[in-house]
Design a protein around this ligand. Structure first.
Ligand code: SAM
Length: 282
């Protein structure tokens, strides 16, 4: 079957009584140009060990294998997982795991050392899957995923943008995040209600110690829960161990070069890291 041919994909579904499951985000990629753009954006080379979440009918899996990659594909839907290897001709470089990506033993799986994760993620749980993988200490060096455009913009948002939020700040701690290109809803079947975008994350070293990272996540989680408030006002009322009196907060903000009237979305990642360091030292 030609997996980028809408008529082939629809015919296969009809012949096999397969109704794409909306809850599982089964919107299959049916556009050759976008497939090529994902593969080019991911920069997959022969011999790469690649993790794919949600292979579906295998359009991306097939293209990754054609690059000479070894692919581990994790699919929750048993109807799709059980047919994938055979449908692609039982390639030796393919391993299919029938599993929920949110319940994977990531320590063991990522310890295998993946060069890249390349996936067209399901809408409903895509951000959670991405954060779990990207924030893991053994995360692949690069992650290239198709996600809802609104999510992609949040992940890549710069300080001061309305789209700036907790997920973007967290992912930018360990990665350079770049929007590769927008993808129209017509490139998928069934057609989703929203547009998608390809986003690429490249891992970079993190300057924070493990202890400082805990402060970074606690501070940003709390601050973005109260994103309309100024940081000084919000942290003054925060529960232990974040909450401090005005004098203590003023010293911490000064040490981090932050103005207490700033709001969460205005801070750069470097400023969040300085604040985390200041809290860790205090
Ligand atoms: N890769 C295929 C493509 O590009 O056409 C399918 C992508 S489709 C947007 C998302 C895929 O993720 C579906 O095959 C769906 O069954 C699978 N999926 C949904 N939730 C999942 C989960 N929690 N763990 C693993 N796979 C999941």
């Amino acid at each position: 079957m030609n997996l980028t041919s809408p008529s082939h994909v629809k015919a296969w579904c009809i012949e096999n009584g397969f109704h794409p499951n909306r809850t599982l985000g089964q919107n299959f990629l049916i556009d050759r140009n976008i497939l090529d753009a994902i593969i080019a954006g991911a920069g997959v080379k022969a011999g790469y060990n690649v993790l794919e979440i949600g292979p579906g009918l295998g359009v991306l899996t097939e293209a990754l294998l054609a690059c000479g990659a070894r692919v581990t594909a994790v699919e929750k839907d048993s109807r799709l997982a059980s047919r994938l290897a055979e449908a692609l001709g039982n390639p030796t470089d393919l391993r299919v795991l029938e599993a929920d990506a949110l319940e994977l033993e990531l320590d063991a799986l990522l310890a295998e050392g993946f060069d890249a994760c390349v996936s067209n993620l399901p809408y409903s749980v895509g951000t959670r899957i991405l954060i779990n993988i990207a924030l893991h200490p053994l995360a692949p060096k690069s992650i290239t995923v198709l996600v809802q455009t609104e999510v992609a913009e949040r992940l890549a948002a710069d300080p001061g943008c309305d789209a700036r939020g907790q997920a973007g700040v967290w992912l930018q701690l360990d990665h350079d995040v770049a929007l590769v290109r927008a993808v129209k809803a017509s490139c998928f079947w069934p057609r989703p209600e929203v547009g998608s975008s390809i986003v690429r994350l490249d891992r970079h070293p993190c300057a924070l110690t493990p202890g400082e990272r805990v402060w970074f996540f606690d501070l940003t989680r709390y601050a973005f829960m109260h994103r309309r408030k100024q940081l000084g006002a919000s942290l003054r009322k925060a529960p232990e161990p974040l909450g401090r009196d005005d004098a203590a907060l003023a010293a911490l903000f000064a040490a981090a070069g932050i103005v207490p009237t700033d709001r969460a979305e205005q801070l750069t990642n470097a400023q969040w890291q300085s604040l985390a360091r200041a809290f860790a030292r205090a």
